[in-house]
Design a protein around this ligand. Structure first.
Ligand code: HBI
Length: 356
């Protein structure tokens, strides 16, 4: 395959400006993949809502009204497009400039980009960032897989399996810039929980586990559902919890690295769980429910523990067994499987196969 450099157009998630944390894990993925493509000499532009800022990445800000987050909708809820939709505006812009690029890469978990795919002259790679959430999206994913084989990518096989596709799709996993995460051999007696504060993340289970274990819990991430947070505070008034807000990677890892473990309590099939590899990169063991992405990341008993889903007792028992985990194994597993270079290799290969 010729090694010419690629001209890439990334189209971001329409749920919020990049850098605000509303886009959750897909923000971090887009940032890391973009950074790695530029490092390899490819050229890149990113279309994202006004207000987006990610280090010195080349962003073209597109105005318009945000899209409602897909996980707040029911499986049969009709697809809704706000007036002056930023999603529609981003894809109209992409249509106009498509001639300047080799490949368009979609990071939005939305119906429209899949629907317009056949109307474009240029190939569109769709990176799907969550498991199956709605009938409408499932149908679109199946349709694009059928018409344009090889153009759909997921984080993990367990996430892909939720769409019941009958063809192999690319599973790209994820990766982080390991140089941003500092290994910590001797932690303090804290637990950590990272992620968007929202019902599908089941923070309440981690709060209960911290209370039973009597170990303080540091909570970091975007406050997505204030009502949900208030309910937790009212239900567990004496839990030893502290909410630190949505921090930059540097400040977040400064807190995370000092913890004895990260608790991952997804109520849904977590597509991947970038926070798991951020913890491993700091040498922090991960205690996670055995489902979805985390179950493919954590090596049970070696880099953390996999627990029966929704079992707070299981979390508490795993916390008690943490001394048996060697924290350098956690950092090692991040270096082996989740470096930016490994991520870049997987994405570049996926792009080049599509362009053959
Ligand atoms: N909802 N409608 C919509 N579109 C997205 O791109 C989207 C979302 N909800 C969550 C989300 N993206 C990301 O936080 C996850 O993919 C990680």
């Amino acid at each position: 395959m010729p090694n010419y450099s690629l001209k890439l157009l990334f189209v971001s998630t329409p749920v919020g400006a990049l850098g605000t944390g509303i886009g959750g894990g897909v923000e971090l993925s887009l940032y890391n993949i973009a950074q790695e493509m530029l490092r390899r000499g490819h050229s890149l532009q990113i279309l994202a809502p006004v207000g987006s800022k990610l280090a010195q990445l080349p962003i073209i800000e597109i105005p318009g009204n945000r899209q409602i987050i897909a996980q707040s909708q029911g499986r049969d809820t009709p697809i809704m497009m706000p007036d002056n939709s930023v999603l529609a505006n981003m894809w109209e812009y992409a249509r106009q400039v498509q001639g300047e690029y080799d490949l368009i890469v979609n990071f939005a978990y939305d119906w429209l980009p899949f629907y317009v795919t056949p109307f474009f002259d240029k190939a569109i790679a769709h990176f799907v960032s969550m498991g199956s959430l709605s009938v409408a999206m499932d149908k679109m994913v199946v349709q694009v897989v059928a018409k344009f084989p090889g153009t759909i990518g997921f984080y993990t096989p367990s996430q892909a399996a939720t769409f019941a596709l009958n063809t192999e799709c690319a599973c790209l996993s994820s990766g982080v810039d390991l140089s941003l995460y500092e290994f910590c051999p001797n932690p303090n007696n804290y637990l950590a929980w990272l992620g968007r504060i929202a019902p599908e993340k089941a923070l309440e289970d981690a709060v209960q586990a911290a209370q039973i274990s009597n170990i303080p819990l540091k909570i970091m991430g975007k406050m997505q559902d204030e009502e949900y947070w208030q309910k937790i505070c009212i239900t567990y008034p004496n839990a030893p919890i502290e909410y630190l807000g949505f921090l930059s990677t540097t400040n977040m890892q400064q807190q995370l690295r000092q913890c004895i473990a990260l608790l991952m309590t997804p109520r849904w099939i977590e597509a991947f769980g970038n926070v798991a590899i951020e913890a491993l990169a700091c040498g922090v063991p991960v205690i996670a429910y055995r489902r979805g992405g985390p179950a493919e990341i954590v090596q049970d008993g070696k880099t953390g523990f996999l627990v029966e889903p929704d079992s707070v007792k299981g979390l508490v028992s795993a916390i008690a067994h943490l001394p048996q985990i060697d924290r350098s194994n956690c950092r090692q597993s991040a270096e082996t499987d989740y470096s930016l270079e490994a991520l870049g290799d997987r994405f570049e290969h996926w792009f080049r196969v599509m362009l053959k």
